[in-house]
Design a protein around this ligand. Sequence first.
Ligand code: 9MR
Ligand code: 9MR
Ligand code: ZN
Length: 551
Amino acid sequence: MKKRTIIAAMAVLLVGCSTPPAETTYTSNFRHNALGFLPTAEKQMTINLPDAEEFRVRRADNDKVVYEGTLGEVLTQKDVNESVRIADFSELTREGKYYLEIPGVGRSRDFTIGQQAYNDAYATAMRAFYLWRCGTAIDHTYKGIRYQQEICHQGDGHEDHIGIEGGHHDGTGGWHDAGDYGKYVVNAGITGFTLLWAWEQFAPALQNVTLGLPETAPGYPEFLKEIKWEIDWLLKMAYPDGSGKVSHKLTALNFSDFYTMPQEDLQNRYYTDWSSAATADYVALLAQASRAFAPYDAEYAAKCLEAAKVSYDFLSSYTGQKFLMQPQFTTGAYFTIDPDDRMWAAAEMWETTGDERYLKEFEKMAEQQKFVVDVNWDWDNMRNLGMFRYAVSQRPGKNPEVEAKIKENIIAAADEIVATADADVYGRPLGGRYYWGCNGTVGRQTLGLQVADILAPDAKYQAAALDAVAHLFGRNHYDRSYVTGIGFNPPLYPHDRRSAADGIQQPWPGYVVGGGHTATDWIDDQDSYSHNEVAINWQAGLVFALAWFVG
Ligand code: 9MR
Ligand code: 9MR
Ligand code: ZN
């Protein structure tokens, strides 16, 4: 508690230092995206001052007025019980540094308008995956602070719980899942999909941003080096008997004590029993990765696809659902039914191989799923992954009716997201839905928008995606960034073992925290894992959203 108070006081001091000169009053009634705005995109700020009328935008360097406008009508946001107005200065497109002012009231923080407003945030968020690496030492300096981890979890993993008493095979590598150090196949699936989708769509732009990763995959572009670190591990999650079964997770029996660095976590860690959802996700992600890697490493790509085929065939012969039921493990459950996972696997196998067998299986399973496309989805629902893959595929042979139905539903889901963001004064595309990890969904929803933008291009999809980014970086009830180390007043106390145990005040950088369970109950408290943990699936949504706008 004591430590916390001191750091909070320091944060206030730091903020104090960066406030503008005395003659201007900075006010926190201006809720905006601390990263800034893209020149040609919509630019809005939410103003928590229902009485105000006019606003001005001034240049930060010489205070020259460059834009004058009238605030929108008074809007009421019920879930936070706030009356606000929107300042819209989309017409201001000139690059530069500015602030918004309401005469007689005060001014916002400075913000930039620039083509590369999101590049640094993207790189920092993507690098957060590197910082999550298991089985290696990490040494990284961010904003002058050095973050370090020694090599960890070298004993991964033991086979006692997959029927081989005293057995062991290599399961090192991959990313830690979250604020804990477990490794879970289901969550690796959605995470890998989201990151690889970003690569598939935006590789040329992403390649221009240097991440500064170590040379762990010669010949691979940096982005794919990071993905390969996870895929190398994923391959090890298949049973050693060659059956194609895939362990649901690799963890200790219980979460380690919170104040534990990775290298201090010396519990035995085990492969668990297999599950059909994890096996399907393994297939899907390996098939997808195989395509991404093929141009750089044909041999490894073939290895991924071969492993995917073995597990796909196994699943075809095992039509029931198989859940992980080993209550001796109290680590993350990621308990989920498998029809959506199987459907995603068929879609990726088809896209990679072109084999009609997978296409037919996908179309059948999609029909069983009633072609539903979700606006709100996370690790327990891979349905969208399959639908998106199929919809954008250039391969011939699709059933035209199925294709039309799926495309229609993708566009309808995206339109619903747009409408929800538009109706929320803070541009939140999830509207009034709050739950464990919902900030991750806010980021991930931009993927559904981007797919719609491929199928039926419309500027409203990008605008809503930028709303999502803005929301995560400060246009929200708290007037705070939800991402450690980036933006205005970011979280200082994520539920993250490294951040708590390393003796450094600042948390590890670049991580989005889970968020509130109601519109007003988020707390920046490391003990509250349900509000303030970090996790790879949430992080991937953030990376995707930012990747879309790398300039
Ligand atoms: O740190 C764990 C976090 O990653 C999980 O999301 C969370 C819920 O499963 O559990 C956390 O671990 C806590 C455990 O469940 C109960 N004892 C306190 C642990 C935090 O130190
Ligand atoms: O993200 C998961 C969330 O949807 C669940 O409600 C929650 C409780 O089951 O678990 C979350 O996942 C955690 C996982 O079980 C263990 N590692 C940390 C994950 C993020 O909190
Ligand atoms: Zn580790």
